[in-house]
Every structure is written in structure tokens, then in C-alpha cells.
Design a binder for this molecule. Structure first.
Ligand code: HEC
Length: 115
């Protein structure tokens, strides 16, 4: 009895470890609350043009889907770019003047959906 229980616990621990190991290294360190806030911000401010989820299409034909952003540019400097002139260089200006926390939240969310 004792042995069976221990065996089951061990099997569960192994399964959990395998799940964590399968996650991309970057995703493990992402703050889920920040990603959640970022998703809300993206849905409100960016989704009119960009695809902001995993299987949607961009409404604006030239706006890159957020899940492909890392293929197009580095995400490392994206928060700083958003606080800088990124939105001024935007094809169409979104009505959005984010603060530091908001740009970090958006990029944290973006990282969770990169393909
Ligand atoms: C009114 C439409 C529109 C809205 C709203 C919009 N975008 Fe864009 N965005 C575009 C288009 C079109 C492009 C591609 C052409 C360009 O780069 O200007 C683009 C490009 C980008 C790029 C790549 C350009 C670069 O320099 O790296 C990023 C990053 C980006 N958008 C982020 C955002 C974020 C974050 C939001 C929401 C806060 C947002 N966009 C809202 C239309 C929009």
C-alpha cells in the first residue's frame, strides 16, 4: 500500500517536472499577472489593427501579428521603443500614450504568444 502510494506520487512529480521542462525557458520567468494586464492593453489598444492572440488575423493588412513580432524585431528594446518614438513612426497613430509598466506588460504578454 505504502509503496503504491509513493509510486503514484513519484509519477506525478515526474509528470510535473516534464511539463515545466517542456516550457520555453523564457516563458518560465514571465510574470503571469503582467502578461494578463498586457493582454488586456493589447486587446483594447492594438487589436483594432494587429492580431493580438494566437490564431487571429490582423485587421490592418500591414500590421504584423503580435505572435510574429520576435521574428520581425527584437523584443528586448521594444518597451523602450514604445516609450520613445515607435508610435510616432507608426503607419497610423494609435491613440495610446503608455507608461513604463504598460509597455512592459504588453511585451511580457507578447513573449507568451511568440511562435
Ligand atoms: C491604427 C492601426 C494600428 C494600431 C491601433 C496599432 N498599430 Fe502597431 N502597426 C500598425 C501598422 C500598419 C504597422 C506596420 C507598419 C509600421 O511599422 O508602421 C504596425 C507596426 C507595429 C510594430 C512594428 C514596428 C516597429 O517599429 O517595431 C509594433 C511593435 C507595433 N506596431 C506595436 C503596436 C502596439 C503595442 C499597439 C497597441 C498599443 C499598436 N501597435 C497599435 C498599425 C497599428
Amino acid at each position: 500500500m505504502q509503496t503504491r502510494q509513493t509510486g503514484r506520487t513519484t509519477a506525478l512529480a515526474v509528470a510535473l517536472l516534464a511539463m515545466v521542462a517542456a516550457m520555453p525557458a523564457a516563458a518560465q520567468s514571465l510574470d503571469p499577472e503582467s502578461a494578463f494586464r498586457g493582454r488586456r492593453l493589447a486587446e483594447t489598444n492594438c487589436a483594432p489593427c494587429h492580431a493580438v492572440a494566437q490564431i487571429d488575423e490582423s485587421d490592418h493588412p500591414d500590421a504584423p501579428p503580435f505572435r510574429h513580432m520576435a521574428n520581425r524585431r527584437t523584443l528586448e528594446t521594444l518597451p523602450a521603443d514604445m516609450l520613445g518614438d515607435l508610435f510616432l513612426r507608426h503607419a497610423v497613430m494609435p491613440q495610446f500614450e503608455p507608461d513604463m509598466r504598460q509597455v512592459n506588460d504588453i511585451v511580457t504578454y507578447m513573449r507568451t504568444i511568440q511562435e
